[in-house]
Design a protein around this ligand. Structure first.
Ligand code: OOG
Ligand code: NI
Length: 462
């Protein structure tokens, strides 16, 4: 029967496209971002730096224009557990754990995304998903009130729940059901201009933390940004400024390099949007809320634990000396310090491979004359095997904290909350989160052994 089911990859691609269409009507500046990114990607792919990027055609380049990530913030463990079931229908699974309390943001998070090389190539749509940590509200009355409000809401439509259950029971959805599923699930991500709390409650929640107000005051976890992937974030940022989009002064993450690593991101500030707050007497008060913002990102090679450690240490050393100011006044000095510090990180693919800093896919350039000793390094030296970067599919906590903070207002505070709680997060999720490093390693290992097998077979038949 399974042959009659829609592929999870197809459901995910349809969902990503539906989300993009919805967000374009909700946030017009998002359409501008898409145009800027499309232009810079075309220029990069046709330009002199394209060859150096070593992207795999059909796998890395064709998906670029479809590539997005979004973010939502959930209020309860039940919401998170149901979200995990919904995403599983689209072939998206929780990867990684991000503790943002260190940055004074009262959430912890994971990224739902496809995990296999084939699924990532088909459509890498990902959603950074945060769970509010109500226990970090110190005022007992307000905490109880927030919990009571959250307990009453249902963020999924009845149709979305029924179709998720059907998919689980049958092992998939027909194309017709998949189309309905996409439309039903989209409702959860929609913006609601009507709050579900009165203005006084909103203001109280806001003063506890703006993020708490954002999660608790609305009927659902509106998607707060949808980020296209650019191949040249510096060019895209110039494009943003030219179009009058208020880009952040500093690109988050590593500096510009010939061989990009991890993730570089920049965003523009949240929109101030009118919201109607209901009153007990049946009237409504109009106020405003800033929830949604724009972001673009450039993705580079996934690092090994050793590479990540070098990245983290190098970034921390820079940030101990100079922190980018919210007003952009020291942006040039920060970027210069960053570029300088990152000279310790080799800026060529082979150098990164040799030092065990990053993950690669292998391909065969030609079959060697002798296949007796298949030594990877020798095969690379002889040009038999070539390397191309495995793209980083995850997020960076320091960048995520910077993104959260800039959109909450730069005065959001720097005090850190209680310790990280991965176990608690996984309990709420109802499953464990995958280890991103293990996933990259698997892709690399499978790629190398497939190449070596092919070379061996060619040697036997020669
Ligand atoms: C999520 C921010 C994290 C990123 O790209 O690092 C994120 C949020 O604001 O809810 O999306
Ligand atoms: Ni983001």
């Amino acid at each position: 029967m399974t042959q009659n089911f829609a592929q999870p990859d197809t459901i995910r691609a349809d969902f990503s496209a539906a989300m993009s269409a919805m967000y374009r009507t909700e946030v017009p500046a998002y359409g501008d971002l898409l145009e800027i990114v499309q232009d810079t990607n075309a220029a990069t792919l046709n330009g002199p730096s394209a060859a150096g990027l070593n992207l795999t055609p059909d796998e890395d380049t064709t998906r670029i224009s479809e590539e997005r990530h979004g973010a939502i913030r959930l209020g309860t463990a039940d919401e998170l557990a149901m979200m995990a079931r919904v995403f599983a229908v689209m072939g998206m699974y929780p990867v990684g754990y991000y503790d943002l309390s260190a940055a004074a943001v009262p959430v912890h998070s994971t990224a739902f995304r496809p995990t296999t090389r084939a699924a990532l190539a088909a459509n890498p749509f990902r959603v950074f998903t945060s769970l509010l940590r109500l226990e970090l509200i110190t005022d007992d009355t307000l905490r109880a009130q927030a919990a009571a409000i959250l307990a009453k809401r249902q963020i999924f439509t009845a149709g979305a729940v029924a179709l998720t259950e059907k998919a689980e029971a049958q092992g998939g959805l027909s194309s017709e059901d998949a189309t309905k599923f996409v439309a039903e699930v989209l409702e959860t991500f929609r913006w609601h201009a009507d709050a579900c709390v009165d203005i006084d409650t909103f203001n109280q929640l806001n003063s506890a933390h703006r993020l708490i107000a954002d999660v608790v005051s609305f009927k659902g976890p509106h998607i707060n940004h949808l980020t296209p992937r650019t191949l040249d974030i510096d060019a895209a940022q110039v494009g943003m400024v030219e179009r009058g989009l208020p880009a952040k002064a500093v690109v988050e993450g590593p500096p510009r390099r010939d061989c990009p690593i991890l993730l570089r991101q920049t965003s523009f500030k949240a929109l101030e949007e009118p919201v109607k707050f209901p009153s007990a007497d049946g009237t409504a008060t109009v106020g405003s809320h800033t929830a949604r913002f724009g972001e673009i990102e450039q993705r580079g090679v996934a690092l090994t634990p050793k590479g990540r450690d070098l990245y983290d240490r190098t970034l921390a050393a820079v940030r101990a000396e100079i922190l980018p100011a919210g007003d952009g006044s020291n942006a040039a000095a920060y970027m210069a310090a960053l570029s300088d510090a990152f000279k310790v990180f080799p800026d060529d693919w082979r150098g990164m491979y040799d030092q065990g800093l990053a993950h690669f896919k292998f391909s065969i350039d030609h079959i060697p004359d002798t296949t007796r000793d298949l030594d990877t390094v020798a095969l690379l030296d002889e040009g038999v095997l070539t390397l191309s970067p495995i793209i980083y599919e995850d997020f960076l906590p320091v960048s995520a904290a910077g993104i959260f903070q800039s959109n909450l207002g730069d005065d959001a505070g720097q005090d850190s909350h209680s310790a990280s709680s991965k176990a608690e997060f996984e309990k709420a999720l109802g499953t464990s989160v995958a280890d991103e490093f293990a996933l990259y390693q698997q892709i690399e290992d499978a790629s190398l052994s497939a190449c070596l097998d092919q070379i061996r077979k060619a040697g036997q038949s020669a």
